[in-house]
Design a binder for this molecule. Structure first.
Ligand code: SF4
Length: 413
């Protein structure tokens, strides 16, 4: 150990004392990356042992139309100015996209812009019920707190009332986006038109009290200070104490292409790794730290598993629908084969575990029973199962054959 501050931090951890602001900043600054990794890896193993999680999911950005004008955003489109880039999917299209490569998945993850014509209860409640009826094995991981704040204001409903509507229609989990950095200084400069920190936290706490789980994120790598990053983590930890329900924290590295903050460039690999380890050690009451391959890339995320992360997120299916990070320059593809997740996890010496949004476990080869819903059968015509060419990340096999395995009627355990 070459950094004496890490020795003090280790003593606190051994005594069960939560780490404070100074500890967090010290970890984000340390050059003793090996000791930091050892501490974070031990913390991960106390939480989840040898397990590392992944999910077979579908990821869709149903609309990119948004007028919030966050300065880091490369995704949002003003419909009146960039009509050719604007996407607003009818609900039938969202449903069909989710089924493009079969029904063997356990989560559908959808987020989008603050689109006045799509972000309404009239659009979402029937679609959510349709998913639940057709795909009862699939958990709905929909919206961010920013979208829910927009919905609540638009329908003049309290957070509790809007959550009651969404939960009643089948919402299982709220996505962690929209948190950015909680600092008022940051939000005033970067995302002044988005839900503020207090309301972001309140929405998640209301959801948790209603039995809806959620995740949390932080966007790092722009104008925030290290102190503001640590303060963000502490605010999440305190929120989790008040109203438990955050399953995972996901550090989101800033991507610079096509937005107003592009001069900040890409985060470095060391910054990413310190961020994973620091999050693991600061958030002692959050079970999972997610290394999301779409953001930091598969290789950094594999290394992150040795620095406190215990989740690699999901396959995304083979649709072509992740737009947020692809608009901002990610070099990641659109999906990862689940066999590739297992290979990467096992190479680190851990045990891959298939999960859903709420971390229920599934055998790797689990498949849903054929429940015979006609519109699901219709959506799974053979021609609809062919994935786009050249989009895979690390796919070790022919994706079409995997899609065929996913079809209705596949053997179930
Ligand atoms: S980050 Fe979200 S809320 Fe902000 S402009 Fe982009 S889509 Fe809109």
């Amino acid at each position: 150990m070459t950094d004496p501050k890490l020795r003090d931090i280790e003593r606190k951890i051994d005594s069960g004392v939560s780490l404070d602001r100074a500890d967090g900043v010290a970890m984000l600054q340390t050059q003793d990356i090996h000791t930091l990794g050892r501490l974070a890896k031990a913390a991960k193993e106390r939480k989840s042992g040898r397990d590392v999680f992944y999910v077979l999911n579908r990821y869709i950005n149903s609309t990119n139309i948004c007028y919030a004008n966050c300065r880091f955003c490369s995704f949002a489109v003003d419909e009146s100015k960039e009509r050719d880039r604007a996407v607003r999917m009818p609900s039938d299209e969202v449903f069909a996209k989710a089924l493009e490569t079969g029904i063997n998945f356990n989560q559908i993850h959808i987020v989008g812009g603050h689109d006045p014509k799509q972000l309404t209860l009239d659009y979402w409640l029937p679609l959510m019920r349709r998913f639940k009826e057709a795909l009862p094995h699939v958990q709905l991981s929909l919206f961010t707190a920013a979208e829910i704040d927009y919905l609540a204001r638009r329908h003049r409903l309290s957070y509790d009332a809007i959550m009651g509507e969404l939960h009643g229609a089948g919402l299982d989990n709220i996505n962690g986006g929209g948190a950015e950095v909680f600092s008022p200084r940051f939000r005033a400069a970067v995302c002044p038109n988005k839900v503020d920190a207090a309301h972001w936290l309140e929405i998640h706490e209301v959801a948790h009290r209603r039995g809806v789980a959620s995740n949390a994120t932080m966007l790092y790598g722009t104008i925030e200070t290290l102190e503001e990053r640590v303060e963000h983590l502490i605010m999440l930890r305190e929120s989790q104490e008040r109203s438990p329900g955050f399953n995972a924290f996901i550090p989101l590295a800033f991507h610079p292409d096509g937005n107003e903050l592009s001069s900040h460039g890409w985060t470095s690999g060391l910054d990413d790794i310190r961020m994973f380890a620091t999050a693991r050690l600061m958030l002692d009451n959050v079970d999972h730290i997610k290394a999301y391959w779409m953001i930091q890339g598969l290789k950094v995320c594999q290394v992150a598993l040795a620095f406190g992360a215990d989740d690699m997120d999901g396959t995304h299916g083979s649709t072509d629908e992740e737009r947020i990070y692809h608009s901002a320059g990610t070099r990641s593809g659109q999906y990862v084969d689940d066999r590739e997740f297992r290979r990467l996890i096992e190479e680190v010496g851990y045990v891959p575990v298939r999960r859903n949004s709420t971390y229920d476990r599934f055998p790797h080869d689990w498949a849903p029973p054929n429940h015979g819903v006609p519109e699901v059968k219709q959506a799974l015509r053979p021609s609809a199962s062919t994935p786009p060419a050249g989009k895979a990340v690390g796919a070790p096999h022919d994706r079409v054959s995997a899609a065929a395995e996913d079809a209705v009627g596949a053997p179930s355990n």
